[in-house]
Design a protein around this ligand. Structure first.
Ligand code: AP5
Length: 218
């Protein structure tokens, strides 16, 4: 499948993307994960992105488009991809449209994960993430805890709270989402490619996404 996952911070995009990947092998492309790995590695990209991320602001569109063009040209994307956290602005959506045309690729669906605000806030403060840049498994101290000693169940690295998980950065990320990213819902609705899913069960969301794609192909 080739899909975009839209949704507020904490809506569960990363969790759903990982389940979809297990289901049919489509590659999860998370711009947030790519940027966090770059920050950890201290690369040029990481240095450019770090300040924006810690403040809960968006990294500039040109930086993101360079990452995405390189990533989407990689051969594994032929299997299908799940865009998690991209696009996040109208200019990114416009640039993605041109890029997909250039690569001769077509999207199957844009999914809007609609989760109530209070759920999102609770999930963000209780989320933990594997510190291994090659793993980045997502945990939650309430709904999906790591090993009792705080290690990742998949790779054994320490599970930590993200740098942008401070109350101030979370508030800023939610404001940024409403201002810059929420307008994409209307944008893709007008294009006829949007499906809004209201569920707090990730497994149910995965089932509904697969069904929506099937229905559109029928
Ligand atoms: P990014 O990493 O994309 O963060 P985000 O969009 O804020 O999304 P999150 O990762 O916070 O949440 P999620 O929806 O993936 O939820 P998750 O599955 O983890 O971006 C970080 C930063 O990078 C941005 O602020 C920006 O600076 C920069 N950036 C990234 N992309 C960019 C772009 N395109 N342009 C510009 N800048 C960009 O779930 C959350 C928690 O809930 C977890 O603990 C999970 O276990 C739990 N949970 C999930 N589903 C369920 C469920 N069904 N039931 C119970 N618990 C659940």
């Amino acid at each position: 499948m080739r899909i975009i996952l839209l949704g507020a911070p904490g809506a569960g995009k990363g969790t759903v993307a990982k389940l979809l990947n297990e289901r049919d092998g489509s590659i999860q492309i998370s711009t947030g994960d790519i940027l966090r790995s770059a920050v950890k590695a201290g690369s040029e990209l990481g240095k450019k992105a770090q300040g924006y991320m810690e403040r809960g602001e968006l990294v500039p569109d040109d930086v993101i488009m360079e990452i995405m063009e390189t990533r989407l040209r990689e051969p594994d994307c032929q299997k299908g991809f799940i865009l998690d956290g991209f696009p996040r602005t109208i200019p990114q959506a416009e640039a993605l449209k041109k890029l997909l045309q250039k690569l001769n690729m077509k999207l199957d669906l844009v999914v809007n994960l609609d989760v109530p605000n209070e759920v999102v806030l609770d999930r963000l403060t209780t989320r933990r993430t594997c510190s291994n840049p090659d793993c980045q498994e997502i945990y939650n101290i309430k709904s999906k805890p790591p090993e009792p000693d705080g290690r990742c169940k998949k790779c054994g690295w320490k599970v930590v709270q993200r740098e942008d998980e401070t109350e101030e950065a979370i508030t800023k990320r939610l404001i940024t989402y409403n201002e810059k990213t929420a307008p994409l819902i209307q944008y893709y609705e007008k294009e006829g490619s949007l499906e809004t899913i209201r569920s707090t069960s990730s497994e149910e969301i995965v089932r509904l996404i697969a069904k929506a794609i099937e229905n559109r192909k029928a």
